[in-house]
Design a protein. Structure first.
Length: 677
């Protein structure tokens, strides 16, 4: 039986709840509904929870609070304090700090009338340890409310000679199975033992990385990359910022990137190399601050205009559509994806030293880079003949570059494989060629070192499309770039190289190998029986029936023919509906990010399927999907699987065990600031 004391307490709670319901706002007070940086102390009241926001000493970040007043009232000021010490008060009217902002319009739906989002930009703290953040909001009637959170400053210790150069090799979407498949194809096996290793397999230290983002266990590439290079969790689709309650994409509270931090502290340069559009999530999440990874105009403008903050000296990849003036064929520039801080956010300009921007859709950004001292390469011929300039911009397609499968086919027989010509860019470099050139440029006359991120982007993009042969060759292309990074680090032993992924894509699994040859696969595809009993069960070999695939590798490092007897069969744990012939696809699925998608030669009649679920619909066996993710047609999705990280060079020993993706940033900081044993 419950005690009388317990019953009285329950009654008192019930009476209070009833009174609150009766009198409503009469008992209400202004409410701080969001406090930034994110904190479990604020979110749950648990003082023993993990510290969500963590920083290197003197790393800059924004303070922000969303305050909702009681009905009929307004918010007049918010004061921020660290460990009880006032660091800035921002008023609704009158004088305010240059780095402060008080926003009451353009807010997210669902907030109370007269709510305010109040910011104090570019705060930094150099004292290691846990710090308490309080925000005190004052309402128009003089009433106040206080919210409390916390954050940690992670100390750096002297452990040896600091690392000069940091190279991040990022295989987008590359889980353990992707790496294994690349090794099997490229190196082969003999009686159960690998006949050779990928370059990434030779790195002496390996850890496992947990990849979740701030708002979900399954991240997308924007926070997946950003978490590595600013030490803090971000929301889906956001990079270099935390979520807020405004609708604008470029005003969110910022966190200083590794590139910005090390450029400010040590004068390091930044290089970004990708096979994707350079505005894409992974490359942008090394230098750009935005709540919308799709806002390409402002993202590309930020690359150029804030190069003095990041040290950007090399930018190579696709994405020319964002650099061309509006009205030029292929241009995607537009006001809706841009920003103008001189009007909306002078606080960001004052606090961070960021460029004000401007809604200039007719801007020629290539010319802007050239005026800033960048040499420009529009194709591989120009890239190879550029020598070693001080700065380098290369844009080799309108959007994402074509994949290795199609670039290699064109190089082997120019004109015989017309995919790259159909997309309008027959002379594209391979990723290892871009990485090699980037290293030469960044190392030129550079005593302070650099940070370089090299992305194999279409491991992910082709895994989304469940195009097995294409993503396997993307792994091989990526690994050839890894070899360039390893060679550089060997020659320059003050260099740290890591190889990892922002997440796993598709739940790829090596389930066996084909039991029949290419002619039989083609006969099944051309026939009328596309049942599982025939086109799957007679084809897929498991266990002893799988044996060891034996691909013939040509001098260029890629398979002579992907469709061998005994070719790898990949299953997908997070797949969408598809049709499978177990043959390589002669043409890739259309890329909806291309400005001329589904036009000219890139049409279904020429073999370019509009989406993965329509590819091979009349020739393949139906494979039931487990997801209906609909971006660009039903696709396989990312998973929450941990991903491997391998490290080479000075500081590599820091990267062992299991750790969160944000921990990688602090390992970089230790290596660059305090050195490593």
């Amino acid at each position: 039986m419950k005690s009388v004391s317990f019953q009285r307490k329950a009654l008192n709670v019930a009476v209070f709840a009833a009174l609150a319901a009766t009198f409503g706002s009469a008992l209400a007070a202004p409410t701080i509904s969001r406090l930034t940086p994110p904190s479990e102390l604020f979110a749950s009241g648990n003082p023993n929870a993990p510290y969500i926001a963590r920083f290197l000493p003197d790393q800059r970040f924004d303070l922000q609070a969303t305050v909702q007043p009681e009905a009929g009232k307004t918010i007049t000021s918010v004061t921020f304090a660290i460990n009880g010490n006032n660091v800035g008060a921002v008023n609704a009217s009158g004088a305010k700090p240059a780095n402060g902002n008080f926003v009451t319009t353009g807010l997210a739906a669902g907030l109370a009338a007269n709510s305010a989002v109040v910011s104090l930009r570019a705060y930094a703290n150099s004292t290691p340890g846990v710090h308490t953040l309080t925000a005190t909001a004052t309402q128009s009637d003089g009433s106040t409310t206080v919210a409390t959170g916390n954050f940690e400053v992670v100390g750096v210790s002297n452990q040896g000679r600091p690392v000069k150069n940091i190279i991040i090799m990022l295989g987008d979407g590359m889980g353990a199975a992707h790496r294994t498949a690349g090794r099997i194809v490229a190196k082969g096996y003999a009686q159960g033992k690998a006949k050779g290793l990928l370059a990434m397999d030779t790195f002496p230290f390996t850890g496992m990385v947990m990849t979740s983002s701030l708002d979900t266990i399954i991240t997308d590439s924007a926070p997946g990359m950003a978490n590595y290079v600013n030490g803090n969790k971000a929301n889906s689709g956001q990079e270099g910022v935390w979520p807020d309650d405004t609708t604008a994409a470029f005003d969110n509270p910022r966190i200083e990137y590794l590139s910005e931090y090390l450029h400010r502290k040590q004068g390091k340069k930044l290089g970004i190399v990708t096979t994707a559009d350079v505005f894409d999530a992974t490359p942008a999440a090394n230098a750009v601050h935005t709540a919308n990874r799709g806002n390409g105009t402002g993202i590309v403008d930020q690359f150029l205009d804030d190069r003095n903050l990041t040290g950007l000296s090399v930018l190579l990849g696709g994405g020319r559509k964002w650099f061309l003036p509006k009205g030029t064929a292929g241009s995607a520039r537009g006001d809706s994806t841009d920003y103008n801080f001189s009007v909306t956010n002078p606080d960001i300009v004052a606090g961070w030293g960021a460029a004000p921007g401007g809604l200039d859709t007719t801007r020629d950004v290539i010319a802007g880079f050239q005026a800033a001292g960048f040499a420009y390469a529009p194709d591989n011929t120009a890239l190879q003949s550029a020598g070693v300039p001080d700065k380098l911009l290369g844009l080799f397609s309108y959007s994402n570059m074509n994949v290795a499968f199609d670039k290699v086919a064109n190089r082997r027989a120019p004109g015989a494989s017309n995919v790259v010509a159909d997309y309008g860019f027959p002379d594209q470099p391979m990723l290892d060629e871009m990485a090699d050139k980037a290293l030469q440029v960044l190392n030129k006359n550079n005593p302070n070192g650099f940070v370089l991120m090299v992305e194999g982007a279409s491991i992910d993009k082709q895994a989304h499309l469940m195009d097995t042969d294409r993503w396997m060759q993307e792994v091989i292309e990526f690994d050839r770039a890894v070899q360039k990074a390893k060679d550089f680090a060997t020659a320059n032993p003050d260099t740290l190289v890591i190889v990892t992924a922002d997440h796993e894509c598709s739940g790829a699994a090596i389930i066996g190998a084909t039991r029949v040859d290419k002619a039989a696969l083609q006969a099944y595809a051309d026939g009328s029986d596309h049942t599982a009993a025939t086109q799957r069960d007679k084809v897929v070999g498991n266990y002893q029936d799988a044996g060891f695939p034996k691909y013939s590798i040509l001098a260029d490092g890629y398979p002579a023919d992907p469709d061998i007897k005994g070719k790898l069969v990949i299953g997908y744990g997070s797949n969408a509906d598809r049709y499978e012939t177990y043959l390589s696809n002669v043409k890739p699925t259309q890329d909806t990010q291309q400005p001329f998608n589904n036009t000219g030669a890139i049409v279904a009649a020429n073999g370019y399927a509009a989406a993965a679920q329509t590819r091979n619909a009349t020739t393949g066996v139906f494979i039931t999907g487990q997801t209906s993710f609909t971006s660009g047609g039903n696709q396989a999705t990312h998973t929450a699987a941990d991903v491997p990280l391998s490290a080479f060079g000075r500081g590599a020993s820091l990267f062992t065990g299991y750790f969160d993706n944000t921990e990688v940033f602090f390992k970089f900081g230790q290596a660059a600031l305090g050195g490593a044993k």
